[in-house]
Write a protein that binds this ligand. Structure first.
Ligand code: 9D3
Length: 248
């Protein structure tokens, strides 16, 4: 997979995109990354990428011309990229979006700054994404969030020890079960006895039950779409009722 970004702060991507799992995935040849500087497609002395909004108002907007020329240039060689614009008005990015984008051959992630972009640039977008309802200073961090979530899904990115199966938001739609490592007792806090038992069937049952309990407590909104047996659903309902009746 080829992942490219277009922004006025290409250096923001340096550490994140080449560190940790992403760095290893890149070294293994699972993807290549390149951050383009939008100012390379300006023609004036000041390398201007922004201008005032027609009709007045606060702040500046990204101009059309550098974005159009950059996206046309970048797209003119190699496989046609899927062009993703980052904007607070975009569709909410989720794990399902990450799974869909992980199947693409080439992604071009376009990051805005200022108060937004001239509306006409969105004609170049295959899709618009937001990472959530909070205000950031630009689209670079959202692009890194998306790149991180996508790259770890590429076959081989996580190595043999880990897999992207069996985790929060993919395993039956539940939160992950609690996990512990050595020592078995720390400052009087003990590890649940079942996990020390070596009995894999008991461990699996404990984890499943624990995942349901944690989801009931912290993310009851996930239960509706969770993949539960009738028995598990009855257990979840009993926990939810217990919570609303004010028991400990
Ligand atoms: C006053 C209207 N503001 C929208 C809430 C203007 C505005 C603020 C901040 C427009 C753009 C930005 C910069 N943010 C992004 O470019 C952005 C973003 C975000 O702020 N939150 C979550 N996802 C994203 S994706 C791009």
């Amino acid at each position: 997979m080829i992942i490219e970004t277009l922004s006025v702060f290409p250096e923001m991507f340096d550490s994140v995109m080449h560190a940790s799992i992403l760095g290893r995935a890149e070294a293994k040849g699972l993807f290549s990354f390149r951050a383009y500087d939008l100012r390379d497609w300006t023609h004036d002395r000041h390398r201007t990428v922004d201008d005032e909004p027609y009709g007045g108002g606060q702040g500046m907007l990204m101009k059309c011309e550098p974005l159009y020329e950059a996206i046309e240039d970048i797209s003119s060689t190699g496989p046609r990229p899927r062009v993703v614009f980052f904007t607070p008005c975009g569709d909410r990015f989720t794990q399902a979006t990450a799974e869909r984008l992980a199947a693409e051959e080439r992604l071009l992630l376009v990051c805005g700054r200022y108060e937004g972009m001239d509306e006409r640039v969105y004609d170049l977008a295959d899709e618009r994404l937001s990472i959530g309802d909070y205000v950031l200073t630009g689209g670079e961090l959202p692009a890194m969030v998306v790149a991180d979530a996508v790259v770890r899904l590429l076959p081989g990115a996580l190595g043999n020890a880990m897999s992207s199966e069996d985790e929060s938001f993919s395993s039956a739609g539940l939160l992950e079960y609690a996990q512990y490592t050595r020592p078995a007792e720390y400052r009087g806090k003990t590890v649940p006895e079942t996990l020390l038992s070596g009995d894999h069937a008991r461990v699996d049952a404990w984890r499943r039950r624990n995942a349901i309990e944690r989801t009931c407590r912290w993310r009851p909104d996930l239960l509706e779409d969770a993949d539960l047996t009738d028995e598990e659903r009855a257990y979840a309902r009993s926990l939810l009722h217990e919570g609303s009746e004010g028991h400990a």
